[in-house]
Write a protein that binds this ligand. Sequence first.
Ligand SMILES: Cc1ncc(COP(=O)(O)O)c(C=O)c1O
Length: 396
Amino acid sequence: MFESLQMAPADPILGLAEVFRNDPRSDKINLSVGVFQDENGCTPILDVVKEAERALLDAETTKDYLPIPGEAEFGRSVRALLFGVDSNLSSGGRAVTAHAPGGTGALRIAADLLARHRHGSRLWVSAPTWPNHPGVFGAAGLETLSYPWYDATSGTVDQERFLEALRAIPANDVVVLHGCCHNPTGADADRDTWGQITTIAAERGWLPMVDFAYQGFGDGLDVDALGVRLLAQRVPELLVASSFSKNFGLYRERVGALTLVAAKPAAAEVALSQLKLVIRASYSNPPAHGGLVVSRVLGDLALRARWEDQVTAMRNRLNQMRQMLARHLADLKVGRDFSFLDKGRGMFALTGLSSEQVGVLRDTFGVYLIGSGRINVAGLTPANIDRVASAIAAVL
Ligand SMILES: Cc1ncc(COP(=O)(O)O)c(C=O)c1O
């Protein structure tokens, strides 16, 4: 069988990382990665994570399996972060949570659950979206379609076309929404738009599924959850896939969660029993380490306060880099309005540069973007931002 297989294409982003590594230029700049970096170009381990890990190492008495949906305490912490500590959804009832291997794992078990129990249901994703969405949903056998999201001219959400498309989606389908910090555009729905999304979801009856990979990286842990909270208040059923890769810097530990909100507590309990079957047949039960770290940090007042400060620092750095790049490009009078960079949120932005311009940036200036023109603003630093702005001005 293996003899007859065709070579699969290399991952476009990871393939580029390899080219970057082999580039001998000492002043090369990598804006193509998908992780947070500090001003020294490092993806740090948060010190609250280190501290929780040390405490766990001492306190841990067994490596016995976790329950299929993970520890109840982890679920409560995740829901409190999603819905707010005072929400009755945090203590359970209508909402149940399964600890999953990363946001990707959460999306996949959601997709498997949908494939088993929502026959004929199609998934709608934004155009453009995280390139792994169609892969993950397709692997569960689901058909993926796209709705308009982004207006490349203004660099913001194309409200009218987006909302019009939502109104036409049939009740049996599922609409995947980025909770905040849209990947790859950085263009998010504002409060009013979330209100309209919620109204349309309630009226049309399609199922919203929020992919929430960047809580805290936009405007704050609570503000970023606005969309999730509005939906949870007004629609009968909701799925939320959380990732703790970015906001805890726990990428390789694979920690995420799927939270399912049902109309009634009894339905949530039944749905969880079905989700457990899906998990059992997939990875059986979740990897413990990352989830235990998250629970420990969120459950300890002092650690949690310090974690919130660290998330704020990461967010402030991203927003500062967005602001600085927009200002530098305006000062260079590049003949294109880049103010959308500053209005956007999260790690990513679409520069609007063509693949040819991206090629020149890489070959001539040693500035690496992915082919779509997406940049990770976390690759910018006060030390390299001048050079990036000048290189972009030159290719324009
Ligand atoms: C939009 C989106 N969803 C989900 C994920 C998955 O995150 P994880 O690494 O936790 O699987 C990512 C990661 O880049 C993402 O950007």
